[in-house]
Design a protein around this ligand. Structure first.
Ligand code: C5P
Ligand code: MG
Length: 304
């Protein structure tokens, strides 16, 4: 565990780092004055809403947990992960160069999923078996947002279909206030993957993706919806943003929004010594050591 160098409030968890407490207090006051009806939440999925470590093992991303039913193709995608992931988290590669590398990685892994074959049934089984767990406090987080009618947009460079399956399998109820913007699969009538919908979202181009890609998770009768819908109307008029991410690129998730105030929360899960200074400057709040969502839930309480 890394000891936090600037604990502002001694009662506060040592896993919380706030670079500029005055600035944060101002933003909180402005959002509180505008009211909860002005708020929208935009959250990354992998390693933000989910845990970095799950029962002592490294948590899997939506891409990583997917077994496509061919060990050959699973191995090929794992080899890509082993090659590109260290580059994703490296502080030494300039952002333009890294963007190209990430485009190549996503392009290759999506192509392998189509080429090697994937059926909807593989998704259900993979999620069931995968090493994936929500961050502690997720139920309180989803419930307070739902109770206050605050829309939550999950904006992920992972796979929409897997995220939605994880939500279905791991939560005890459906949340009508949640939409998912992510790479969405296209299946034929037999449930076989034939391609992806729209432009690829990777960790560094979230800023280029507009909200209209957001799809409702369930229709009025509670059935899962697999097509893309209109997300822009979903967050219309919501002028304040609470943003949650684990990657610097996640800060671009709110680029499509014209907002008055934004509070950003960054989960710094690894390479902490190298990244802390950058994260402290980039995010209003940094949560270390795979910490729970309690602080975020508390923050939402304070905004009411
Ligand atoms: O939800 P989020 O935007 O965090 O999802 C992206 C994550 O998925 C990346 O941090 C990356 O490490 C992971 N990934 C992966 N395999 C791929 C592509 C991305 O594990 N082929
Ligand atoms: Mg992430």
């Amino acid at each position: 565990n890394v000891k936090c160098p600037n604990v502002v409030n001694p009662k506060m968890s040592p896993n919380i780092v706030i670079g500029n407490p005055d600035e944060l207090a101002k933003k909180k006051a402005a959002i509180r004055a505008a009211g909860m009806s002005s708020l929208q939440v935009i959250a990354d999925f992998d390693m933000t809403l989910t845990k970095y470590m799950v029962e002592g093992r490294r948590g899997q991303s939506t891409h990583a947990l997917l077994s496509q039913g061919s060990s050959d193709y699973d191995r090929k995608r794992q080899e890509l992960f082993d090659f590109y992931y260290p580059m994703e988290i490296s502080p030494l590669i300039p952002v333009e160069e890294k963007t190209k590398l990430m485009e190549t990685w996503w392009g290759k892994s999506h192509a392998l999923l189509v080429e090697g074959g994937l059926n909807i049934e593989n998704i259900r089984k993979s999620v069931h078996k995968g090493t994936v767990g929500f961050r502690e406090g997720i139920t309180d987080f989803f419930e307070i947002l739902d109770g206050e009618n605050v829309p939550l947009l999950i904006f992920s460079a992972g796979l929409a279909d897997i995220i939605e399956e994880i939500l279905r399998q791991k939560l005890h109820r459906a949340f009508p206030n949640i939409r998912v913007v992510s790479n969405r699969m296209n299946f034929d009538t037999d449930g076989n993957l034939i391609g992806f919908v729209g432009k690829t979202i990777h960790v560094l181009n979230k800023n280029e993706h507009a909200l209209e890609m957001a799809a409702p998770l369930h229709d009025e009768e509670g059935h899962a919806v697999a097509s893309n819908g209109n997300g822009a109307s979903f967050v219309k008029g919501k002028k304040n943003v609470l943003l949650l991410g684990d990657h610097l690129g996640d800060l671009g998730m709110s680029d499509g929004v014209v907002y008055d105030n934004r509070i950003s929360v960054g989960f710094l899960n690894e390479n902490v010594e190298n990244w802390l200074d950058t994260y402290r400057k980039a995010f209003d709040i940094v949560i270390l050591n795979d910490g729970p969502l309690d602080y975020v839930v508390e923050l939402i309480h304070e905004l009411r």
